[in-house]
Design a protein around this ligand. Structure first.
Ligand code: NAG
Ligand code: NAG
Ligand code: NAG
Ligand code: NAG
Ligand code: NAG
Length: 608
């Protein structure tokens, strides 16, 4: 199961415009500004090579450096442009190898088995194999999910070929029971993203138009969404069932429990679809689900749990956290606002963010000042705010990226640094890491993108070369530990580095895309003048006037009482003026986190 939710939205939108602009000093990019620091020479490009700080090597790397600080010497100063270009090409190569292998060995099946060089579809023999069946719908999942990465990499010939293949071969009229959330973010989102790219009048990625295109991808998206709609029927709360059969609707024996992220992060895709079609149905059901969940938050803490009964509204899972089961719920409150400009979405997000800060955040108050443990977001009981366990999960690594979007860059720096330290220790992120035991609780790594995503967004916000070093470490360990005969493989165990025969579709749609974007200085995605947001599956959508206007007159749930819609420009994030918590100039080309704090984190994860 992948109750994940990550999205990102790199964008200079009104919320963070001021904050981000302040952080984009095009001016001195790549220069070594700080007088105290000698400019380190270019690092020898070594690809593929060992991740610089893989398990057990920390002490040697950072132990007893003489003169100057090890962290500063390793990370600060200019990042050679040639190395950056090589890394960009390496990220592209990684995508091409995975994509070509899928097309050669697996298409039209859903996923590639990278060890055995063959395709994989739904597990019909074992319907309870949810790990597979929730995601694989027998609809060429990996091809669909990869479409906009081809565009972002500027590969118009392959983009056009792939779109035609989808139009000619994909059908959703399948006897497959899939998870509504996964089908929405991976398939619906990608179809909509590709449709938007094809119909974009500006064509920023090169010629991505399709000859005689007749909105086929939009029709496919519509067809899929209609097949998902039964999940929203016969539910007493309006919170949808987690799974539907694409042919037959909700299976008769369906249980009534769903997780918050799965039920509450459908609004971006459903809203775009509604606004493109001029049919409010999809946005209406998705919005009703968000509001139903929101109304169930605790009176005491304002927090939501992670699993809820859709008929009774009782919380079955009382854990409140930022990772699995919750993550994209928060992400989509903000991203829906960014896209659609509906005031209520921002109000919910602001309240949620405040409750997260009050109840989930532990450690010292400021990331780069003072005493105490580094800030960390923990899992607590939604009613009491008390600690429920001592692990953090790999999905939560998306959160610093979300913090960048609202301008809370300082806090983002600290949380990201913690995850990066875990990555350095294992050359990957364990699915769950126990910060008390300093060991993985759940040791697999399915090529997830969240840390790269946050790294990319933090780089765009700060332009600090530190984040290019982080990206290089990630790229190198992916090459070293996950590359297989035909693609890239899930790590079964991050310590033993054993592999599993699975390459999830998000590897191509997100992990490779974010790595590429991190190193591709000139990409249209982050050129000023273009405004893109990333969905939780890493699909790009343009922040477009089209999505600001609903073409229907129907009343959306809860709209009765707010007759006048506030114009988006009048709204601000709760902490707009003060949360432009920008990185001070003098630190911009130093380490984003002071080296004593980095050392503290490395100790905490057993790296030194
Ligand atoms: C486009 O993608 C195809 C398939 O991966 C690849 O063979 C081709 O070299 C790519 N072209 C460019 C210009 O990147
Ligand atoms: C997938 O769909 C095709 C075409 O509809 C069908 O022939 C095939 O049996 C399906 N595969 C599985 C595993 O359901
Ligand atoms: C789900 O809830 C409905 C309505 O309350 C009930 O009839 C049904 O038995 C429940 N299903 C399960 C599997 O518990
Ligand atoms: C929360 O407060 C509302 C209104 O005061 C009340 O109706 C509801 O029962 C309360 N919920 C809980 C869980 O205490
Ligand atoms: C707003 O930002 C200030 C300064 O960073 C911080 O101290 C305060 O807690 C923030 N308030 C909220 C509501 O997040």
């Amino acid at each position: 199961m992948r109750w994940r939710s990550v999205v990102l939205g790199l964008l200079l939108l009104r919320l963070g415009l001021q904050a981000l602009l302040a952080l984009l000093p095009a001016l001195a990019r790549g220069l070594c500004l700080h007088p105290r620091l000698p400019c380190p020479g270019p690092r020898p490009p070594a690809l593929p090579g060992p991740p610089a700080g893989a398990a057990g090597r920390g002490a040697r790397l950072w132990g007893a450096a003489a003169g100057g600080d090890e962290y500063e010497r390793r990370y600060s100063g200019a990042f050679p442009p040639q190395l950056r270009a090589r890394l960009r090409d390496a990220a592209r190569g990684m995508f091409v190898f995975g994509y070509d292998s899928y097309m050669e060995h697996a298409f039209p099946r859903d996923e590639l088995d990278p060890l055995h060089c063959r395709g994989r579809g739904p597990d019909r023999r074992d319907p309870s194999n949810l790990n597979i069946n929730d995601v694989l719908g027998n609809y060429s999942l990996t091809l669909i999910d990869a479409l906009d990465t081809l565009a972002v990499m500027g590969n118009s010939s392959e983009f056009q070929k792939a779109v035609k293949l989808v139009i000619d071969t994909v059908s959703f009229d399948k006897d497959s029971t899939v998870q509504v959330f996964e089908a929405t973010i991976r398939v619906l989102g990608s179809l909509l993203s590709a449709h938007i790219i094809i119909t974009d009048t500006k064509q920023p990625f090169g010629d991505m138009t399709i000859k005689d295109y007749d909105n086929e991808l939009l029709h496919l998206a519509h067809d899929l969404a209609v097949r998902l709609l039964p999940a929203f029927e016969n539910t007493k709360t309006g919170i949808p069932y987690p799974r539907v059969n694409l042919k037959k609707g909700v299976p008769p024996d369906s249980h009534n429990e769903t997780c918050t992220a799965g039920a509450g992060s459908l609004l971006v895709e459903f809203g775009i679809l509604s606004r493109l079609l001029g049919d409010s149905t999809f946005e209406w059901v998705a919005r009703r689900a968000v509001k139903a969940l929101w109304s169930l938050r605790s009176n005491n803490t304002g927090l939501l749990g992670n699993v809820v009964n859709i008929q009774t509204g009782h919380w079955v899972g009382k854990q409140s956290g930022l990772g699995a089961g919750s993550d994209s719920f928060y992400e989509y409150l903000l991203k829906s606002y960014i896209l659609f400009g509906e005031k209520e979405d921002l109000e919910m997000f602001n309240a949620a963010y405040q409750n997260i800060q009050s109840h989930l955040r532990r450690g010292r108050e400021a990331c780069n000042e003072g005493e105490g443990d580094p800030p960390l977001y923990v899992n607590v009981n939604m009613y009491t705010g008390q600690l429920m366990n001592t692990w953090i999960d790999s999905l939560q690594a998306f959160f610093p990226g979300l913090q960048v979007l609202i301008g809370d860059v300082e806090d983002a720096i600290c949380l990201h640094a913690f995850y990066y330290a875990i990555w350095k220790r294992y050359g990957a992120l364990p699915e769950r890491y126990n910060w008390q035991l300093q060991a993985p609780d759940v040791p697999f790594y399915p090529l997830r993108p969240e840390l790269v995503e946050s790294t990319y967004l933090l780089y765009q916000a700060t332009k600090n070369p530190f984040y290019l070093h982080v990206g290089m470490d990630i790229l190198q360990s992916l090459e070293k530990y996950t590359k297989a005969k035909c693609g890239y493989a899930t790590l079964h165990h991050v310590v033993e580095k054993t592999k599993e025969d699975r390459m999830e579709s998000f590897f191509l749609s997100e992990t490779c895309k974010y790595l590429y974007l991190l190193f591709d200085e000139e990409n249209p995605v982050h050129k000023s003048g273009n405004k893109f947001m990333f969905t939780t599956e890493g699909h790009i959508v343009s922040v477009d006037e089209r999505f600001r206007n609903s073409l229907w007159e129907d009343i959306l749930p809860g709209e009765e009482d707010s007759a006048h819609k506030t114009k988006p420009a009048e709204l601000k994030a709760a902490n707009f003026s003060s949360n432009c918590n920008r990185v001070p100039d003098e630190r911009r080309y130093l380490l984003p986190l002071k080296s004593n704090y980095m050392r503290q984190i490395d100790r905490m994860v057993g790296l030194i």
